[in-house]
Design a protein around this ligand. Structure first.
Ligand SMILES: Cc1cc2nc3c(=O)[nH]c(=O)nc-3n(C[C@H](O)[C@H](O)[C@H](O)COP(=O)(O)OP(=O)(O)OC[C@H]3O[C@@H](n4cnc5c(N)ncnc54)[C@H](O)[C@@H]3O)c2cc1C
Length: 475
């Protein structure tokens, strides 16, 4: 155990995953809960602040603290126990989605909720209450957390379940690292009978069609997600390619168990077995710089019709879920300014009107996201939830190094946020870099904000835990 004067902080420039925001910080990488407690005590005694950080996959400033302290939890990455009969795992917070599925799939289990990258940590997944392509069916990550231990800034270890310290259970999950540090979590995974999924590509001619497919299939599909061509205009506004995936039942896939071998799930490191995927981002960077994004989107939309003809086809769980991991460091294609993602959640009744307005506004402003992703969601029981009974549309924008253009993008996103909030929508902080403090109460409502503030006061009265996000949102 370290003593309070021995915490070996190192100076580091810490960035959001999208590289558009960041700043210098003093970083420490603990390997035990005792070391976290020591770091808490040392920084608290100096009236400083600490941001918790898992894998650093939040696009914006959720796991940063400019000129403050950052605890990098990525080395607390042990799977402590796994029950091969129930699929329940007990893990340290730095265990990633990839660590978990590599362990569980040998026993025929797959995580119930996974993000679009397998790099996300369990602590970060719980703090942001992440969602997968099956949010409409199984809910959020928090719904598969059975229990966790939270180390509070005061040094108390709280075991939380739906029955024990239930108020903390429902607030720390979704509480963006503001109430304490998860030091252990118990996570449920689900039984799978094959290492593969049946996948359908379904072209959608416009936004209304995309939304209709989500409604038509949500009662029967296991996973649904649509790519949107954000450059589609007029009758093609909001066109895209929906992907539906289904699990196999017992014995349905004769080769299914062989595909439960972890090496067959991993995304291959080379294209056509030859070109290292790490070399692809410069080509993508060139395409972005040459203004080729609309053409690429058009080609992808057309390719969707060929994909539909060969559907259903078989894909490993890993290949279906972690498409974004196919090209390592793909976010570098947005260098030097980086990228931000803006992901509004809109109630179903306003979905088509609001989402089409957002796309039109981007097009009118000449700042069109290079990528759009549409999902169906359902509400969840966590205090600071971002989910609604409706839709989310993730919009990825390249950020310019030019200060005026960067500000114009921030202004545009704030205008878009107003449209969403007026419709009773919400936002997902893991993807945010632009919202203003005034949005916080509009998103959550005053009573929820007061409840969260009271918990913060009880568990962290010195306000040790802070991030650039929490400062920006006035938390
Ligand atoms: C390519 C890509 C695809 C993505 N796809 C999806 C998706 O499909 N669905 C989705 O929901 N999200 C998605 N995300 C976002 C990602 O799931 C979230 O940002 C997630 O929180 C990242 O986890 P992390 O371990 O990197 O946490 P970080 O980004 O490091 O931290 C996230 C938050 O968790 C807090 N935190 C971290 N560890 C702890 C801990 N031990 N205790 C308490 N608080 C802690 C931090 O303070 C911070 O507020 C994607 C991100 C990327 C880069």
């Amino acid at each position: 155990m370290t003593t309070s004067t021995q915490v070996p902080w190192r100076e580091q420039f810490v960035r959001g995953w999208g590289m558009a925001v960041g700043g210098p910080a003093r970083v420490f990488t603990p390997t035990t809960a005792e070391q976290i407690a020591d770091a808490f005590a040392e920084v608290q005694s100096k009236k400083g602040h600490i941001a918790l950080r898992g894998s650093g996959c939040s696009y914006g400033d959720a796991a940063l603290l400019r000129d403050g302290h950052v605890l990098d939890l990525s080395r607390m990455n042990k799977i402590l126990a796994f029950d091969p009969t129930t699929g329940v795992a007990r893990v340290e917070p730095g265990v990633t989605v990839r660590d978990l599925w590599r362990h569980s799939i040998r026993f025929g289990f797959w995580p119930k909720v996974v993000s679009g990258t397998a790099a996300v940590s369990m602590g970060g997944a719980a703090a942001m209450n992440i969602h997968g392509k099956n949010n409409f069916a199984v809910g959020s990550f928090g719904e598969c957390v059975r229990a966790f231990t939270l180390l509070t800034p005061g040094g108390q270890l709280l075991r939380c379940t739906r029955e024990q310290n239930a108020d903390v259970f429902f607030a720390a999950i979704s509480g963006f690292g503001m109430l304490g540090c998860f030091t252990e979590l118990e996570i449920e995974t689900k039984r799978v009978h094959s290492g593969r999924l049946r996948v359908w590509g379904i072209p959608a001619r416009d936004l209304a069609h995309n939304l209709q497919i989500l409604e038509d299939l949500k009662a029967e599909a296991d996973y649904l997600v649509s790519w949107i061509d954000m450059h589609g205009k007029g009758v093609a506004l909001g066109r895209g390619l929906m992907h539906r995936a289904e699990q196999f039942g017992p014995g349905e896939d004769p080769d299914g168990l062989r595909w439960c071998e972890p090496s067959l799930q991993d995304v291959p490191p080379r294209l056509f077995g030859v070109v290292p995927k790490g070399w692809l981002w410069p080509g993508m960077w060139t395409a972005v710089k040459l203004g080729q994004v609309p053409t690429i989107n058009w080609a992808k939309y057309q390719a969707g019709f060929r994909e539909a003809k060969k559907s259903p086809y078989l894909q490993s769980h890993g290949a279906f879920h972690f498409l974004l991991d196919y090209v390592p460091r793909w976010q570098w294609m947005t260098k030097p300014g980086g990228l931000i993602q803006f992901q509004p959640f809109v109630p179903k009744a306003h979905g088509e009107r609001v989402l089409s307005t957002l796309i039109e506004r981007c097009q009118q402003a000449g700042m069109v996201p290079y990528l759009g992703v549409l999902k169906r969601h359902r509400p969840d029981p966590f205090l600071m939830t971002h989910a609604v009974d409706g839709y989310s549309m993730a919009m990825d924008f390249c950020v310019s190094k030019n200060a005026a253009r960067r500000q114009a993008l921030w202004r545009l996103c704030q205008q878009l946020a107003d449209i969403v909030l007026e419709a009773g929508g919400r936002f997902y902080y893991a993807k945010d870099a632009v919202l203003q403090a005034s949005s916080f109460a509009r998103i959550h409502g005053e009573p929820t904000v007061r409840t969260f503030a009271a918990l913060k006061q009880r568990l962290d009265p010195e306000r040790l835990l802070q991030t650039d996000l929490s400062v920006r949102m006035g938390v």
